[in-house]
Design a protein around this ligand. Structure first.
Ligand code: G3I
Length: 355
């Protein structure tokens, strides 16, 4: 009896070990790693970054390192931060982003020399004649461009110069430098670095035909007058309610200029009315997936030489400016959820982009 029990035990142990071996063998076989989205794309995939988060949130850093091939400083290269006083530049926080990008072999896109919303008080209060104003803005642009020469190959030179109705936006720059201030800024940028790519960046071209047309007219005018411009940034802060046709229209008409096109600040809002007790239902998730898929599919079809890349504005949902800036806590506009986990749309994009 003892012998029979022993033989049974040995048999059980043998079977157990064999089954373990099978598991070990099968898991030790080389696995095919699922592709990241950036690996499936013929163009760079970017995100806007905060230097503080890069060093304070491990999951943020890990996601940035693994998922993106291009970065934009969300705020740190804006005038009020990088040039806070007349003769003082504050490079530190912008440098942090440039250095991390270098370690990760990521491209850095510069954002933005001139934007009405980032005008520091010392500029608002500046007293001087037309020549002094020209010199102030020229020096601002050329100092930053020269400092980052060789490290940043492209810049948003002017951001959001048009109103939604296609008229020029009034700003201190337009008042002091004159109606042609956008052209002046592009010329000053080109003077400082002949090889840097110069972008005009704006939002809402998919929702306002007039604003889109104003941008196209400006580009045509620049070309006629020999004003340098290399690209158009379509910010694409959009939402699930926008029609695919409007998105296609904005991309295709911009492509017709022959310039590089940057989807420069992408997010697709689901709760744009800031509804309290909003629920991010499966139906809404699917609508949002479809919108992302449409944007990526349309963009992939444009000539490759014009694909500057698609940049998301922020990394995961809880980083989104839509939550902090608009105090809209129940907003989920990106590819990564609050825990930096990929949402189902991520895999859908990977599958679609591999076709
Ligand atoms: O860092 C301070 C914090 O110390 C303070 O307690 C808090 C109180 O409000 O403000 C924090 O600064 C905020 C900063 O974002 C960082 O979160 C500023 O108030 C806020 O104005 C700033 O908003 C930025 C906004 O541009 C204005 O510069 C957003 O982060 C940024 O995402 C947004 O980005 C713009 C693009 O540059 C151009 N296109 C539109 C896009 C969205 O507005």
């Amino acid at each position: 009896m003892k012998n029979q029990i022993f033989i049974l035990l040995v048999g059980v142990i043998f079977l157990y070990c064999n089954s373990k071996n099978e598991v070990t063998e099968s898991t030790s076989k080389p696995q095919t790693t699922p592709k990241t989205l950036k690996e499936t794309l013929p163009f760079p995939l970017g995100a806007s970054l905060s230097p503080t988060k890069l060093f304070s949130i491990a999951a943020y850093r890990k996601t940035v390192d693994a998922e993106f091939s291009s970065v934009t400083a969300e705020n740190m290269m804006k005038m009020h931060i990088i040039h806070p006083e007349t003769n003082r530049y504050n490079w530190l926080r912008a440098d942090t982003i440039v250095n991390v990008a270098k370690q990760n072999k990521q491209r850095v896109h510069g954002h933005a020399f001139v934007w009405h919303e980032s005008t520091p008080n010392w500029v608002k209060g500046f007293q001087g004649d037309a020549a002094a104003w020209d010199s102030l803005i020229k020096s601002h642009i050329q100092t930053i461009l020269s400092y980052y020469k060789g490290k940043i190959g492209s810049w948003d030179v002017v951001n959001e110069a048009f109103n939604d109705d296609g008229t020029w936006r009034n700003s201190v720059y337009r008042e002091k430098l004159g109606d042609d201030y956008v052209a002046k800024c592009f010329k000053w940028a080109r003077e400082a670095d002949p090889s840097v790519l110069l972008f005009y960046n704006d939002f809402g071209q998919e929702s306002s035909e007039k604003k889109l047309q104003a941008t196209l007219d400006m580009v045509a005018d620049f070309k006629k007058r020999g004003i340098p411009i290399d690209g158009i940034g379509l910010q694409m802060h959009t939402h699930i309610g926008i029609s695919d046709a409007r998105i296609t229209n904005a991309i295709q008409k911009s492509v017709e200029t022959g310039l590089k096109i940057h989807i420069s600040e992408l997010d697709v809002a689901v709760n744009q009315n800031n509804t309290a007790n909003f629920i991010y239902t499966d139906a809404l998730k699917n609508q949002q997936s479809d919108k992302f898929l449409h944007i990526f599919k349309t963009y992939r079809q444009i000539p490759q030489a014009q694909q500057f890349g698609i940049t998301f504005w922020n990394v995961c949902d809880s980083d989104s400016w839509l939550r902090s800036y608009f105090k809209r806590p129940l907003e989920y506009p990106l590819l990564f959820d609050d825990n930096y986990d990929r949402k189902p749309v991520y895999d859908k994009l990977v599958a679609e982009m591999q076709k």
